[in-house]
Design a protein. Structure first.
Length: 129
């Protein structure tokens, strides 16, 4: 099981690095949009995967550990979010800090909710087939 988590974590971390860097390069600016997008998409993905995996026998325990604890754990960046939020506050950039924290929390929760809803829809479609 440890190897499944490790493999997923490695893949998630590499993808996080590549996507976050690319997004930040494209958008520039003072707001860490790369991390924000990773947190939102990671929340959506984890919500979907957990709902689907726990409601369907289609995903084994090992694969579930690989994609949830491993991949999503390596992909999402809450510790980076926390550090970047503190840095914005320390720099006195309260407006960007507030926007960043608010969007991160609210849109990530919406992402997780959307992921769960998508998984439920997919499960319902599978039952009809």
């Amino acid at each position: 099981m440890i190897w499944y988590v490790a493999a997923g974590g490695a893949a998630g971390s590499v993808l996080r690095f590549l996507l976050s860097s690319a997004i930040q390069q494209q958008t520039g600016g003072e707001l860490p949009l790369g991390t924000l997008m990773i947190n939102i998409t990671g929340s959506l993905l984890l919500g979907f995967l957990m709902e689907y995996a726990l409601s369907s026998p289609a995903i084994s325990r090992e694969v579930r550990a690989l994609v949830t604890t491993g991949f999503c754990g390596g992909y999402t960046t809450f510790s980076t979010f926390s550090y970047e939020s503190i840095k914005l506050l320390q720099e006195g950039d309260y407006r960007h800090a507030g926007v960043y924290v608010g969007l991160s929390v609210l849109v990530s929760l919406a992402g997780a909710f959307a992921g769960i809803a998508l998984a439920r829809e997919l499960l319902a479609l599978r039952r009809l087939a």
